[in-house]
Design a protein around this ligand. Structure first.
Ligand code: DHB
Ligand code: FE
Length: 301
């Protein structure tokens, strides 16, 4: 049986990808950002997930304003890297997991959660930058990745609660997949940022840190936050944070916070990152242990 073992949330700033590609990670401006992910790389190298499901947003690379799906699941075997204006980034193509993706699509849609099925799609910085931050830059990504594109570019994006509930439906789908796979779910985007308009450059550290706290301890309350609060407190693009609720909804109610990292500045955005693991400990006191079974007596030959 497949199961979700952990969740990762991280910003997906495109300039982080450019810093990576142009070998600027050790420069004073970028070093604190990349150092903040060293522990995450060690953590995931130890965990060795079999599949990652990445909730991210397409920035008009695969889709355009002609068609804007609210939730789209990539069921292809491979997702080429999109050209975002400077040629496709030289990172490996993303290999999918068509069997698990199709299973999720079937389970979630039959659970009355309508998704768009995507059988051909390029992926942009929204997906590749989080992979770089957590996996570094290997020749091939170490495991298959199922892209889950969430609309946060054209009004109205889905609510935080809808994203959380989708995470729950994905959790149920994964649990009914027969193969023994350990799955990590990513929520990407955020934290506070506003790219244009009179409030361009907005960063709200207090909001971001409270969001990180509540993601662990008060996930349902946090998922109920209305869009207007993201806009007011975290800036227009801060609404990308709704994607973090997909990850949180896919985890158990009780989670263990393994690591968090927060730094400003990086491009226009506050970099936030958190790793949560399902807390395997039982919530109540365990029942008393049963008496030890007797050692079987060896049968005479
Ligand atoms: C920036 C951040 C984003 O999430 C994005 O999609 C584009 C730009 C930025 O910080 O510049
Ligand atoms: Fe973005």
């Amino acid at each position: 049986m497949a199961r979700i073992v952990a969740g990762v949330a991280t910003s997906h700033i495109p300039a982080v990808g450019a810093a990576w590609d142009n070998r600027k990670t050790a420069e004073p401006y970028w070093r604190p950002v990349f150092e903040g992910f060293e522990r995450s790389k060690e953590w995931i190298a130890k965990l060795k997930p079999d599949v990652c499901i990445v909730a991210y947003n397409d920035h008009m690379s695969a889709f355009s304003l002609e068609i804007v799906p609210t939730f789209a699941v990539g069921c292809a075997a491979e997702f080429p890297i999109a050209d975002e204006g400077w040629g496709p980034r030289k990172v490996p193509p993303v290999k999918g997991h068509p069997e698990l993706a199709s299973h999720i699509v079937q389970s979630v849609i039959l659970d009355e959660f309508d998704l768009t099925i995507v059988n051909k799609m390029e992926v942009d910085h929204g997906l590749t930058v989080p992979l770089n931050l957590v996996f570094g830059s290997p020749k091939q990504w170490p495991c298959p990745v199922i892209p889950l594109a969430v609309n946060v570019v054209q009004y109205p994006p889905p609510t935080g609660k809808r994203c959380f509930d989708l995470g729950r439906a994905i959790r149920k789908a994964v649990a009914s997949y027969p193969d023994d796979l350990r799955v990590v779910v990513f929520g990407t985007g955020g934290m506070s940022h506003q790219i244009s308009g009179p409030r361009a450059g907005l960063i709200n550290e207090k909001f971001d840190k409270s969001f990180l706290d509540r993601l662990t301890k008060d996930p349902k309350g946090l998922a109920a936050m209305p869009h207007i609060e993201y806009m007011r407190e975290a800036g227009a693009e801060g609404v990308e944070l709704v994607m973090w609720h997909v990850m949180r909804g896919a985890l158990d109610d009780r989670v263990k916070e393994v690591y968090r990292f927060y730094t400003v500045p990086a491009s226009n955005t506050a970099v936030g990152h958190i790793i949560l693991e399902n807390d395997a400990k039982p919530a109540r006191k365990a029942a008393p242990k049963k008496a030890k079974a007797k050692k079987p007596t060896r049968k005479a030959a």
